[in-house]
Design a protein around this ligand. Structure first.
Ligand code: ARG
Ligand code: GLU
Length: 720
């Protein structure tokens, strides 16, 4: 009795609390792990107000937007906010030279003008729970990784079936702590999501790729959608008879404003963090993967930018593509700078040395964990060479648009040559024919040809010559290894560059399709290269990665045991998380100090009609000159645009609601500061800041700039 009592006291006293600002916490554990800490830092609501499966909570207003962003519901009619860059694909898909919504913005002035996006979904979490024991049932320590994965898959399937039985819900099982624990997520997936509004790019993408990942920032990075459901209130595919969704909960919006050190939290879907990487893994990223990708993307972007500047159509066609290429490129540059500045590799080595000492102190530890580090070293030595080939393959060969397009026909050729049923063949042919138009809508062959010449050359110069199988080698030789000459021939002769001819070909008998494609110059070039890549690089890397995964599981378990006084958050894995911190500026370099917010004045200061990224809409300027900000101004009369805080966020958190101590919406997360982009690997409280667009700026743009006041009227606006 007494002993139990003493133990419980010790547990309460030493129950480890999370350290400042770092961490992406599981909503269902907030009460247990974070509530006290959050409230001590200023939170005025309870963990149950944020996440509860028994009563309505903020979680009912937060959704996974598409497959990689977050959105939040802000009205009782299913109105949804997310970032402009998250809605970008949809906005672009509805854009053409006549209706250039990217450039001019789009506002539905009533529900009938809202634009459907068939195939696009948002996902809402119903519940999450720990199901580790059920998932690992029948798994033993001694079984192989393949066997283990088979059992886990089988168990997960059963769990998912049981969890969704008799409902329209969908469920997934995901592991956390590198496979040491498993969680079940039950979701509702909405399928009729309509575009309601988007500011012009000069607002929504202000600063473009020039300012991307940087502070100070002036991007009005938001767009507006609406969830529609069937008449029964349940998710349904697009139909004009669908009705706006009535959510269990929508967020209230605060126009009170923010002060330094105010408590804030971000509720959303962070994609990936990797806090448990070893020194070898970080070395590989910092010294090989990032530099290769940065170099190849620099070449690609230079070409794309040149063509975009010259031609308006190309600018529309490549806007989204360029943004996505540049986004990774710039992040990796920042990440490398951060890793070098923080000396992360050395810190990891020190931790590994500590670990070696820790296991040396205990025989059982030595037995269970003694092989981990030597095995890592060996596995990463093997991985390095293959990973280099892989990086070049992905960032060079596979990044050439026409190559990717043509490659998608390989499975078709294989299928047509097989004994597949006539139905299946017809279906496959139709699917391929159906993709042609979409591809060419956003394609510039002259631009792509230039990229082909550059990237293929890099691939040829930098990879193992065994990446070029004999057939390819012969073909290259016939061009005297002049890849530009080869590109000339491909881009003028290949059927993949002639949409009409390709379409007609697909109307022929399978044998004719196969023979024509197999004789095509581009097809002949890439088919063996891809086959070789799959056989000698990808499959071998997969094998090594499976071994590394299994080691990661053990390493994570061991580290958590060694540092048992620390509360570890599970790495981000695109599941709903809460991260919290405070509004705060930072010092990026000696002698430089950044304020925590920006205003409309900054947009005027940066204005440059010659530079696309810094163009200012005349209407916005007018509002600025007359200071016509309505209730959205700060107390000093200025118009806020963006702010930063110490929340630990990552890709996927884009569009996430940034909330104040009362759980009211104050902004939309959309980026991180450049000095902190290494936070997926190492978080640094001094330099890591998330960037949000101030909700008052979004409302101002909707209301005063776009005249979409009806949208603001739909929302619940509060002054606290
Ligand atoms: N860096 C932000 C994110 O990772 C914004 C990206 C979109 N903006 C851009 N200029 N490319 O998603
Ligand atoms: N822009 C990112 C996104 O799309 C968020 C920035 C980050 O990586 O933190 O999710």
């Amino acid at each position: 009795m007494k002993r139990v009592f003493i133990i419980s006291i010790i547990i309460t006293i030493f129950l480890p609390f999370a350290q400042a600002d770092e961490g992406m916490w599981l909503p269902y554990l907030l009460k247990q792990l974070n509530e006290k800490d959050m409230q001590s830092k200023g939170l005025r609501i309870s963990a149950d107000d944020i996440y509860s499966i028994n009563q309505g909570s903020l979680k009912d207003a937060v959704v996974l937007f598409g497959g990689g962003c977050t959105g939040e519901i802000v009205s009782d009619q299913g109105l949804l906010l997310t970032n402009h860059h998250c809605g970008y694909g949809r906005i672009q898909a509805h854009s053409s030279l006549e209706h250039d919504y990217l450039t001019n913005g789009f506002w539905a002035m009533n529900k009938s003008e809202e634009l459907p996006n068939p195939g696009f979904t948002v996902t809402m979490l119903i519940s999450m729970s720990d199901i580790t024991a059920e998932v690992l049932k029948d798994v033993t320590e001694t079984m192989s990784e393949t066997e283990r994965n088979k059992i886990i898959e089988k168990n997960s399937k059963q769990i998912i079936e049981k969890a969704t039985e008799g409902t329209h819900y969908r469920a997934t099982v995901k592991s956390i702590y590198n496979g040491n624990q498993y969680l079940l997520f039950v979701n509702e997936v909405f399928e009729d999501i309509r575009l309601v509004g988007a500011p012009p790019s000069s607002v929504g993408k202000h600063g473009g790729d020039t300012d991307n990942w940087m502070w100070p920032r002036h991007t009005g990075d938001f767009s507006v959608f609406r969830i529609y459901v069937g008449k029964d209130g349940k998710p349904a595919p697009y139909s004009k008879d669908n009705v706006p969704y009535k959510p269990k909960r929508h967020l209230s919006i605060s126009v009170k404003g923010i002060e330094p050190n105010d408590f804030t939290f971000v509720f959303g879907y962070p994609g990936t963090t990797e806090q448990f990487l070893t020194s070898w893994a970080v070395e590989l990223i910092q010294n090989q993967t990032n530099p290769i990708a940065i170099n190849l993307r620099t070449q690609r972007l230079d070409v794309i930018k040149k063509y975009m500047q010259e031609d308006r159509l190309t600018r529309i066609q490549y806007a989204a593509k360029a943004a996505s290429i540049a986004n990774g490129w710039k992040k990796w540059i920042g990440e490398n700078k951060g890793l070098i500045r923080l000396n992360t590799i050395e810190k990891k080595r020190t931790l590994e040395a500590e670990f070696t000492q820790w296991i040396a102190k205990d025989k059982t530890r030595q037995q269970t964990y003694g092989d981990i580090l030597p095995q890592y070293e060996q596995l990463y030595r093997q991985t390095a060479r293959l990973s280099k080939e892989d990086s070049y393959f992905r960032e060079a060969v596979y990044s050439i648009e026409i190559v990717r397009f043509a490659w998608a026909f390989v499975p078709l050729v294989n299928l047509l040559g097989s004994a597949a049923s006539a139905d299946k063949i017809e279906e496959a042919i139709n699917a391929h024919a159906g993709r042609i138009e979409g591809f060419f809508k956003d394609y510039n062959p002259t631009l792509d040809k230039e990229i082909f010449g550059l990237l293929m050359q890099s691939y040829y110069d930098n990879t193992d010559k065994s990446s070029f199988p004999p057939q390819t080698e012969k073909l290259l030789k016939s061009y005297k290894y002049n890849l530009k000459a080869l590109a000339d021939d491909i881009y003028s002769k290949s059927i993949f560059l002639q949409p009409d001819k390709l379409r007609s070909l697909l109307e022929n008998k399978p044998a004719k399709i196969v023979s024509s494609l197999e004789n095509d110059l581009l097809f002949r070039l890439i088919r063996p290269v891809f086959a070789n890549y799959i056989q000698t690089i990808a499959s071998e890397l997969d094998r090594l990665e499976t071994q590394i995964d299994s080691l990661n599981r053990l390493w994570t378990k061991a580290l958590m045991e060694m540092q048992s006084d620390k509360t570890f958050y599970p790495d981000a894995n695109l599941t709903l998380r809460v991260t919290y911190g405070k509004i705060d500026g930072y010092q990026p370099a000696d002698g430089v100090s950044y304020k925590y917010y920006t205003t409309l004045k900054g947009i005027m200061e940066k204005e440059d009609p010659e530079i696309y990224d810094y163009a200012v809409d005349p209407k916005l300027k007018q509002l600025y000159l007359t200071k016509d900000y309505g209730r959205y101004a700060m107390s000093n009369g200025e118009m806020p645009v963006a702010f930063i805080a110490t929340n630990h966020t990552t890709g996927g958190n884009s569009g996430s609601p940034v909330l104040n101590a009362d759980g009211h919406l104050i902004g939309l997360n959309f980026d991180r500061c450049w000095e902190g982009t290494m936070s997926d690997i190492e978080y640094d409280a001094d330099q890591c800041r998330n960037i949000s667009v101030d909700i008052r700026y979004c409302l101002f743009i909707m209301d005063k700039f776009a005249g979409a006041t009806h949208l603001v009227n739909e929302m619940t606006i509060v002054e606290n």
